[in-house]
Design a protein around this ligand. Structure first.
Ligand code: HEM
Length: 219
């Protein structure tokens, strides 16, 4: 019996799953190589917050990439990238709630009201939660058009996560600004007029190469 040959889709997904565990492996390696951190809560908060934001931005990049390339092998990456963004956000928030605040809800609530960057982070997390829960095909079918509207919330979550980052850094705003520019740029690429142009570019490239557009959508 012959085994099916792995497709580009399989390779891409395998690469994504491997890469997605690297931030966690990195934190574990630090403990193993350097010993227990002096400030584990801070190290782990940083080590999970940034991957959450990066995966969120990458999730938003898939649709424009799909429009530009028509490469359908990218489609499953979007869901997995979103789930990894949520996974790291969940770890990040759990470190804050359990390790930093020892589940003291009253104290945590005071901090949420007192520190605007925490409020923005909470807003981002509250938006990501239903997106992760409804990411399955079943929910996509059940919600129909509303699913698309709900999942546009990913842009709001990304905006709030960038604000969270920008408000917590004390001096150098370069990094949060770069993420902010990426989110804004990706939002522009979603505008119908820009999207049409991207699709047009793809079709003219395909025609120039003597290939029909949709055939380039092979997985
Ligand atoms: C209830 C929700 C959240 C809370 C309480 C929270 C809390 C925190 C705290 C305490 C820090 C470290 C601040 C410092 O020590 O100066 C931090 C950093 C950060 N958080 Fe959050 N956060 C939340 C949600 C999120 C979400 C949803 C994302 C991204 C999707 C995110 C991304 C980040 C990033 C990028 C950093 C900075 C990491 C770095 O400088 O390397 N946070 N967060």
């Amino acid at each position: 019996m012959s085994t099916p040959k792995p497709t580009r889709r399989h390779w891409l997904l395998a690469g994504l799953h491997l890469a997605a565990w690297l931030p966690l492996a990195n934190l574990a390696r630090d403990v193993l190589v350097r010993g227990w951190p002096i400030n584990p809560i801070q190290d782990w908060t940083f080590g999970t917050g940034l991957p959450a934001l990066i995966f969120l931005v990458l999730t938003l990049a898939i649709t424009p990439l799909l429009t530009l390339t028509g490469w359908s092998a990218l489609t499953p990456l979007r869901r997995w990238l979103g789930l990894y963004a949520f996974f790291y956000a969940l770890l990040h928030v759990s470190i804050f709630v359990v390790l930093d605040y020892g589940l003291d809800l009253a104290l945590m609530w005071d901090t949420v009201l007192e520190k605007r960057y925490i409020l923005a982070g909470l807003g981002a997390f509250v938006i990501l939660l239903p997106l992760a829960l409804t990411s399955t095909r079943g929910w996509q079918k059940r919600l129909g058009r509303e699913w698309k509207v709900l999942h546009r919330g990913a842009y709001v979550a990304a905006g709030l996560a960038v604000l969270h980052f920008a408000w917590l850094v004390k001096a150098d705003l370069t990094e949060p600004l770069l993420y902010g520019a990426a989110v804004a740029g990706l939002l522009v690429l979603r505008l119908p007029a820009v999207r049409r142009r991207l699709a047009g570019l793809r079709h003219s490239r395909a025609a120039g190469a003597g290939r029909p557009g949709p055939a380039s959508d092979r997985a």
